[in-house]
Design a protein around this ligand. Structure first.
Ligand code: GLC
Ligand code: CA
Length: 549
């Protein structure tokens, strides 16, 4: 990388799920004024940018990922004035604001789809993906055009009786997919981007960007020989609905719009792509000339076995695969995946937090992970997530409500998320009296204090936010330890992470003779240490400042 780093390289991105952050108008659902009320808190986390999951008008079949109007604000979240105020308040504080762009599908209530489904010769018919029933169909028994499946259960096709065709939806039937082989569709979506960029938003996280193009021949997907038998969607290999080569051209055109605005205003806008693909394919989304996503989301920490050597191999593989000039990024959690504290346990969640905030590349933090929020088991009658409700047999595995529960601010009833006499849209976690921002802020050894210490140091130290990364071996290095250096602008840090429950005495004498612990994950260790006899506690991570090489 040459030249000074951009804000989206240096800083931490903080994901807010707006429904669950802060309610201000007593409907039990978080809103934009609620986010504005919590800006002091966000600043206290030393984050650079907030990314809001969708806030657009929506029937909320998939809680906003079913957009009915791309250039409005849903009344549940507030008004456009509330949005403008929030954006201005963020910018006043030097915080960036990133919106979620959902270009792959609209709501079935979007005027475009209402038109498209109204007749076969409507000018918007071809804005969506319509196909005739398969041969052998009868009027009483229309057969889907092929075997494509929805991520949320069942076929990816729904029959529309009025016009006698099926439309494609890889999510809910309420989320019909747009046809990016029709240039009018892309043109309309680029206008949506311009609308928000002109308002001053700092970027987009683009929903399911790797799904935007589908096979023009609509071939059947082949079976997946490695299927574990749990989620039916995994029973196929999605080679005709995902990661098609043509998608890159669409992404380049989106990126060009971002770049126009960056150049015209002198303020860098960032494009982050939601992409679940193996590393070799993932990195192609930077673009051949780095002209696609600034940050193709790297979700591999969500799935890699939580073992020191597996994580080390992942970091090394990813670093080696990055095209020249491409900027790395890391993610520990989001609104679709079980909480990191539940996946790994609280002790390892601290280690994971240190990893996230000290690896090279932009970290994205999911709201509540900084206080160690856990998945909350949701009883069937309180379940909200359509992915769970559509597939009751596997609801507890695929349901996403557990990781979307209200932010825990204090120990008052409803945890300060909404008034005590209001029912929150999802139950508040049972541990909110002890696990909340107010209590943990007063505890210098809490996860929150750890997060703040790491984020502060990361922000202050060029070696941590921009320096080189190199994995290191200690002598007789145990399997359960992952250690690496971060070096740059005259400073050097050694990160030592214990993924296991045993203590170790480690010899890093070949790296340096001594150093100073800047942050320990337990927040109980600090000061000078000898590196040829470094004591590492069970489940402990250490961030150590080294003298000059
Ligand atoms: C993305 C979102 C997820 C949503 C889906 C459909 O994966 O993160 O929450 O349900 O796309 O838009
Ligand atoms: Ca509200």
């Amino acid at each position: 990388m040459t030249g000074p780093l951009a804000w989206w390289q240096k800083g931490i991105v903080y994901q807010i799920y707006p429904r669950s952050f802060q309610d201000t108008n007593r409907d039990g659902i978080g809103d934009l004024p609620g986010i504005q009320r919590r800006l002091d808190y966000l600043q206290s986390l030393h984050v650079e940018a907030i990314w809001l999951s969708p806030i657009y008008p929506s029937p909320m079949a998939d809680f906003g990922y079913d957009v009915a109007d791309y250039t409005g604000v849903d009344p549940i979240f507030g008004t456009m004035e509330d949005f403008d105020r929030l954006l201005a308040a963020c910018h006043d504080r030097g915080l960036k604001l990133i919106l979620d762009l959902v270009p792959n599908h609209t709501s079935d209530q979007h005027p475009w789809f209402l038109e498209s489904r109204s007749s076969r010769d409507n000018p918007k018919r071809d804005w969506y993906i319509w196909r005739d029933p398969a041969p052998g169909s009868t009027p009483d028994n229309p057969i889907p055009p092929n075997n494509w499946l929805s991520f949320f259960g069942g076929p990816a096709w729904t029959y529309d009786e009025a016009t006698g065709q099926f439309y494609l939806h890889q999510f809910l039937k309420e989320q019909p997919e747009l046809n990016y082989r029709n240039p009018e569709v892309l043109a309309a979506m680029l206008d949506v981007m311009r609308f928000w960029l002109a308002k001053g938003v700092d970027g987009f996280r683009v929903d399911v960007i790797w799904l935007l193009m589908k096979d023009p021949e609509f071939r059947d997907e082949p079976p997946n020989p490695d299927w574990d038998g749990v989620d039916p969607h995994d029973s196929l290999r999605h080679i005709y609905t995902q990661n098609l080569p043509e998608v890159h051209d669409i992404i380049r055109q989106m990126r060009a719009v971002m770049d126009e605005f960056s150049q015209a205003t002198g303020r860098e806008r960032v494009m982050i792509g939601e992409i679940y693909l193996p590393i070799p394919e993932l990195v192609t989304y930077y673009g051949k000339n780095l002209d696609e996503c600034h940050l193709p989301f790297n979700f591999h920490l969500l799935d890699t076995p939580w073992e020191a050597q597996a994580v080390r191999r992942l970091a090394d593989e990813y670093e080696a695969a990055l095209p020249p000039g491409a900027w790395p990024n890391w993610v520990l959690g989001n609104h679709d995946r079980h909480r990191v504290a539940s996946r790994l346990g609280q002790a390892q969640a601290r280690v994971a937090q240190m990893l996230l905030l000290t690896l090279r590349g932009t970290p994205t933090c999911y709201y509540g992970d900084e206080i160690g929020m856990e998945d909350v088991p949701i009883p069937l009658k309180k379940m909200q997530d359509p992915r769970a409700l559509n597939q009751p047999e596997i609801a507890h595995i695929v349901g996403r409500d557990p990781e979307r529960t209200p932010m825990q601010w204090d120990d008052s009833p409803n945890a300060g998320f909404c008034d005590p006499d209001v029912e929150p849209w999802l139950p508040v976690a049972p541990d909110y009296r002890t696990r909340n921002v107010q209590v943990l802020s007063q505890d210098p050894t809490s996860m929150l204090s750890l997060f703040r210490a790491l984020a502060r140091l990361r922000q202050a130290e060029p070696a941590l936010h921009g320096g080189r990364y190199r994995a290191v071996e200690a002598q007789e290095h145990p399997e359960s330890v992952f250690a690496y250096l971060r070096e740059g602008e005259g400073a050097r840090f050694l990160v030592v992470l214990n993924f296991g429950g045993k203590s170790h005495t480690l010899n890093f004498g070949s790296v340096a003779s001594s150093g100073r612990i800047e942050v320990a994950t337990d927040m109980r260790h600090s000061g000078a240490v000898a590196l040829d006899q470094l004591e590492l506690q069970p489940n402990q991570g250490l961030l150590i400042r080294l003298g000059p090489a």
